[in-house]
Design a protein around this ligand. Structure first.
Ligand SMILES: Cc1ncc(COP(=O)(O)O)c(C=O)c1O
Ligand SMILES: N[C@H](C=O)CCC(=O)O
Length: 425
């Protein structure tokens, strides 16, 4: 472990001053996280200068690779002009136009600073629009760290054993109905009983925070039908899948027309962003046009907007999504082919995948994910890092490929994984 001694020392120091030593729990893994200093293309470098092929990509945003030259240039140009005005800028409209042109379900957007703010506002909007309080979310689904969705939440909340957070008022948690993902009968039952009280279903169209779990056949259509029949709204949380699975996200891929979409990650090109958008009728309820209040000093920040616009342009100019999707298929196929003698399950879609350590043939629900071997994954993650490959630190988190990952890097990764599994299993 000596090559990571510096991170060990840095974490000790961080723990003196930062709550839990981190600024987001998903970054805190045992025995200590590897401290990173810089990144470029498909590589990320530790403070000690060790190079890793990166399959976490900042938990998703960096689909064009780290520090893309065009994004860097546009952001530096904006910094020359100034970085916070608290006024309207033309850049905000340019970004909005790109998104509206891509997503049929979106006529207008509101830009915020994080995915958390986007889903929080989307839920408030659904409640305001319908005049109802209850929402439905899925077990292991993650929509950020606000109160209504910290109920049976995935990602760091599951990693650290607190999917139901203390501090969430019980009366508010009662308004969140939790359903099992991919279970058609259960969601029908919930709507039969509570349909008139449900403001919205919020769902990641492809699960990305309890590992990668695609929807079963017809499941998203069922969510759309049930919400329509009951005058509830469907919120698709595309913070991970937006501008990834296709140019119009998972909703384009699965041909689903949600009432509200939330975006983040890729849409900001690595700068802090969240977006909610929907049809005119719903979005006109947002303040100042409507009465559902939402505000933010830094919303639509010019530097973020410059990074966002440049990234959305690069997606088109460099055929990013298609090439990243091809890389996703390549790595999944090679891993499956090379590792079939080990207790592994490679599951994914598009440029996202999970490397589950399990003997299960498929993982379809939060319960299935919990059957995977988390102790072994901890060893796997650290041993793989020693070989210069950085995977996400938990099986709840997703691995991503960019369009920049090369065949050679993918082959090297598969080879490293094989050697690690030989050692630890
Ligand atoms: C699907 C999904 N929704 C919402 C969020 C919250 O976004 P943020 O971390 O930017 O607040 C995340 C990730 O954190 C996410 O993966
Ligand atoms: N799983 C989360 C986002 O997708 C990880 C980001 C975080 O919470 O730090």
């Amino acid at each position: 472990m000596s090559e990571f001694n510096e991170s060990k020392e840095l974490f000790k120091e961080a723990k003196r001053y930062l709550a839990g030593g981190v600024n987001s729990p998903a970054r805190a893994y045992d025995p200590f996280p590897i401290f990173m200093e810089k990144a470029e293309g498909t590589k990320i470098y530790s403070t000690k200068g060790k190079k890793f092929i990166d399959y976490s990509l900042a938990f998703g945003p960096q689909i064009v690779g780290h520090k893309h030259p065009k994004v860097k240039e546009k952001v530096l140009d904006q910094i020359e002009k100034g970085w916070a005005f608290g006024t309207s800028t033309e850049l905000e409209t340019k970004v909005a136009k790109k998104i509206v042109n891509r997503y049929n379900s979106i006529d207008k957007i509101r830009t915020v600073n994080t995915g958390t703010e986007a889903t929080m506002t989307a839920i408030r909007l659904a409640r305001g629009y319908t005049g109802r309080d209850k929402i439905v979310k899925f077990e292991g689904g993650y929509h950020g760290s606000h109160d209504s969705v910290l109920v049976k939440a995935g990602s760091g909340a599951s990693t650290h054993g607190a999917p139901d957070s203390p501090g969430v008022p019980k009366d508010l948690a009662k308004e969140t109905i939790v359903a099992p993902w991919n279970n058609k009968e259960k969601i029908k039952e919930i709507f039969k009983k509570e349909g008139d009280n449900i403001a919205a279903i919020i769902a990641e169209p492809i699960f990305g925070n309890a590992g990668c779990i695609p929807p079963s056949d017809g499941f998203l259509d069922l969510l759309r039908d049930l919400t329509k029949e009951n005058d509830s709204l469907l919120i698709l949380d595309e913070v991970i899948t937006g501008f990834r699975v296709s140019k119009s996200g998972a909703q384009g891929y699965f041909d689903i027309d949600p009432d509200i979409t939330t975006l983040g990650k890729i849409a900001g090109g690595g700068f802090p962003i969240g977006i909610l958008g929907g049809h005119e009728e719903v979005m006109s309820e947002v303040s100042p046009e409507g009465d559902v209040y939402q505000a933010g000093t830094f919303s639509g920040n010019p530097v973020t907007m410059a990074g966002s616009l440049a990234t959305l342009e690069v997606l088109e100019e460099e055929n990013v999504i298609e090439e990243a999707n091809e890389n996703g298929e390549k790595i999944r196929a090679k891993l499956r082919q090379e590792l079939n003698e080990y207790p592994t399950l490679v599951q994914g879609i598009s440029s996202m995948f999970s490397f589950f350590l399990t003997n299960q043939e498929t993982v379809r629900s939060y319960n299935d994910v919990q059957e995977c071997d988390f102790d072994l994954y901890e060893k796997f993650h650290r041993e793989l890092a020693k070989k210069g490959t950085y995977f996400p630190p938990s099986q709840y988190e997703i691995s991503f490929v960019s369009h920049k990952h090369t065949e050679e890097e993918i082959d090297q990764t598969v080879d490293s994984i094989k050697k690690v599994l030989e050692k630890i299993t």
